[in-house]
Design a binder for this molecule. Structure first.
Ligand SMILES: Cc1ncc(CNC=O)c(N)n1
Length: 706
């Protein structure tokens, strides 16, 4: 059985499809393919800036249109934007005389920004690891040859991926690394990796190959066994060699040529056919690792007679026809060291350009946005895509940045466990200064229950089969002196403190009777008619919250948009009530509000007053929405026996995107409370209690009890 070898060098513009496919393909695969196809085919902006083609004319966009005037498909948008991106060095392009409609212009502009943003994140070590994860997905014996392992953090991500693979359980993971000096340090890395692997229950072996010079590397040093899938990873080494171009060339000639070019006797590492190599090389951006045309030509000449290799090299030369070494070195410093700030700048640029409306990239709305009909298809793709890029960035970059900050206490906002783990790894191996405390604050836009599963300290439901092992793993870390603590928000404190009342409002007998399938239909009709009246009174209240958000929330954080979304949804909700009332034979015009309802509506009215602070009103708003969300979501759980004819009602408030909306409200509230005075916090808490009481009374009224 031959070994399957994957060579992974960091550099170049990677094929993002692997990343996007997972997330986006089901949505908009074609468009994204189109976009990255463009980027990959045409190179990057840097290239453009240095080829002297800056002033080239952009094709008349109207001739690019594929079909009917004013009817741009997503593909059209991408193609036009791609063309412009390639041909123009200016960040903003004036499209006013392009003959495009306003909407098309906006789409193209948006796509241009996306291309610019995508270019910026061209280098992400994590992607290589991700690519390796994919590459070895079917392999039972995985052998990583890491030339320059550093902290080894990157392999924790792979280990995690390997142990959570159930279809094809991993037999062994081997990591072999090369040391020229600092063997002791690398052995330390090995120990950490071993303990990490043990805590995951992953069979693991670690080996260090010592050579006095990198140029002495020979494949037989690596002890590659039969049936192993080998991945060669050289994240930093090649780059570090760049400081001495001669060394790089020597390494390349010996290394790359042997691996890629040599056939038969001479061939030592390569066990796959050329097209596979080519695919991998292109995928890993090999062609961008500082090869001058001259270098490639030299290599090509040496390989004459080996037509496969020659073709490959020729195609690389073609890509790089216009590059010269000095410019490439420039490029190395700008592009090989991705900087989060600059990407964030890009996102804020994206954000600013489409300020207001649905393009806020700061946090809360993505799922809602993607699953909603807001914007055009292309706007949704791009919005979603920029989020994906942002979120796939930090897996271990961000933690390592914190690591480099050399603080004794680090507060890390996590989105997924992987980041936390890699940071722990890095911190635990750090000697100076020793870490005293690691505090982890979970924050996010996903449903709270999901967030809680990510938390390190408590887990509601077992999320994985390896749960136990993972807990054990965390405990190991706790023993090693790293303290984990989840930050508790104000709303969290309140909900814990008033759990009893909160459960009374969200698990009321009325709700239970829906969930158990024994609801009294007349009670349901009472609720329907009364709630219609309530919702009508709720509209001006929400509008007042909107006004207060506009006036009161100084930081442009998207409060207004979230609340506006709530106002908009009420329009639909009122129509739904009318339709539903008709269905059940409830005469809305003749409904008289009952006492509990009257009191609740009066309470809402009192909150409209300008004297009530934004924070206080927002707390009421969040609580009112959330109680319904939690109540009806309860009726939709797997084991519920909710009658089919009531499912739609439960869906209305119990669906996931309403849940996310409630979570956005909760974030707004917590952000406000964080900076509120004690006086306001006290008022807000009292308001929450009033809401809870009114909700309980409202259910009692519907249920026909007091
Ligand atoms: C009594 C009550 N509380 C909360 C809601 C949910 N908010 C808007 O629909 C509602 N409809 N009714």
């Amino acid at each position: 059985m031959s070994n399957d070898v994957l060579l992974s060098f960091v550099g170049g513009f990677p094929d993002k499809r692997s990343v996007c496919n997972n997330v986006c393909e089901s949505f908009y695969g074609a468009a994204i393919d189109g976009c990255y196809g463009l980027l990959n085919n045409y190179g990057n902006e840097f290239e453009r800036l240095h080829t002297g083609r800056k002033t080239e004319e952009v094709d008349d966009v109207t001739v690019l249109k594929n079909g009917v005037e004013g009817n741009f498909s997503t593909e059209d948008v991408m193609r036009v934007a791609g063309k412009m991106f390639i041909h123009s060095s200016r960040r903003s392009i004036d499209l006013s005389f392009s003959g495009l409609t306003l909407k098309e212009t906006q789409d193209v502009e948006l796509a241009l920004l996306l291309l610019a943003a995508a270019e910026k994140v061209g280098y992400r070590e994590f992607e290589w690891i991700q690519a390796i994860v994919e590459h070895v997905s079917k392999a039972k014996k995985v052998h990583i040859i890491d030339i320059g392992i550093k902290t080894g953090v990157q392999w924790t991500v792979l280990m995690q991926a390997l142990v959570s693979r159930y279809e094809c359980p991993i037999e062994i993971l081997k990591v072999t690394t090369v040391a020229t000096n600092e063997k002791r340090l690398i052995e330390g890395t090995g120990k950490w990796l071993l303990s990490f692997a043990q805590s995951l229950g992953l069979p693991f072996s670690f080996k260090v190959v010592v050579v006095s010079d990198m140029l002495d590397l020979k494949e037989n040093l690596f002890e590659v066994d039969v049936g192993e899938t080998v991945a060669v990873y050289a994240a930093t080494t090649l780059r570090s060699m760049l400081v001495m171009p001669n060394r790089f060339r020597t390494y390349n000639e010996k290394g790359i040529r042997n691996m890629v070019a040599a056939e038969g006797e001479e061939r030592r590492v390569r066990h796959v056919k050329f097209d596979v190599w080519r695919a991998f090389f292109v995928r890993y951006g090999m062609e961008e690792i500082l090869h001058t045309r001259y270098e490639w030509e030299m290599l090509a000449r040496q390989m004459e007679g080996n037509s496969g290799a020659f073709d490959f090299v020729k195609s690389v030369i073609k890509i790089h026809q216009l590059q010269v070494l000095s410019k490439l070195q420039d490029q190395a410093s700008t592009r090989f060291h991705p900087c989060m700030e600059s990407f964030d700048d890009y996102l804020s640029e994206l954000n600013e350009s489409f300020n207001g409306r649905c393009y806020n990239l700061s946090g809360d709305k993505i799922k809602e946005f993607v699953s909603s009909d807001a914007g055009t298809a292309i706007q949704r793709i791009i919005y979603y895509f920029s989020k994906v890029m942002k979120h796939s960035l930090p897996v271990y970059k961000r933690p390592l940045k914190a690591f480099r900050a050399r603080k004794k206490s680090i507060d890390l906002a996590i989105r997924s466990r992987a980041q936390g783990i890699s940071l722990m790894q890095a911190l635990a191996t750090r000697e100076n200064p020793p870490i005293e405390r690691l505090k982890i604050t979970a924050m996010g836009t996903t449903l709270r229950t999901k967030m809680e599963q990510t938390e390190f300290t408590r887990t509601k439901k077992p999320a994985f089969k390896t749960q136990f092992k993972k807990q054990q793993f965390y405990r190991n870390w706790l023993h090693s002196g790293i303290q984990m603590q989840a930050k508790i928000t104000v709303t969290e404190t309140w909900l814990r403190k008033h759990r009893h009342l909160y459960d009374g409002a969200t698990r009321h007998p009325f709700i239970r009777s829906i969930r158990d399938g024994n609801i009294d239909i007349s009670a349901f009709k009472t609720w329907l008619g009364q709630d219609y009246i309530f919702v009508r009174a709720f509209v001006p209240f929400v509008a007042s919250v909107l006004t207060k958000a506009y006036k009161g929330s100084d930081d442009a954080n998207g409060d207004v948009e979230v609340i506006l979304g709530g106002v908009a949804a009420l329009h639909d909700e009122i129509s739904w009530f009318k339709k539903e009332a008709f269905k059940w034979g409830v005469q809305l015009s003749s409904i008289v509000p009952q006492k509990a309802n009257q009191e609740y509506c009066r309470f809402l009215e009192s909150l409209i007053s300008p004297e009530v602070e934004y924070t206080v009103a927002a707390v009421a708003f969040w609580a009112i929405e959330t109680i319904y969300q939690e109540s009806f979501a309860h009726c939709l759980e797997d084991d519920s026996k909710t009658p089919p004819e009531l499912k739609e009602t439960c869906q209305r408030w119990g669906n996931e995107s309403f849940g996310e909306y409630c979570n956005s409200l909760r974030n707004i509230v917590d952000r406000q409370l964080e900076k509120a005075s004690d006086d306001v916090i006290t008022k807000a808490e009292a308001t929450l209690l009033r809401v809870l009481e009114h909700e309980v009374d409202f259910w009692n009224m519907s249920h026909g009890r007091t």
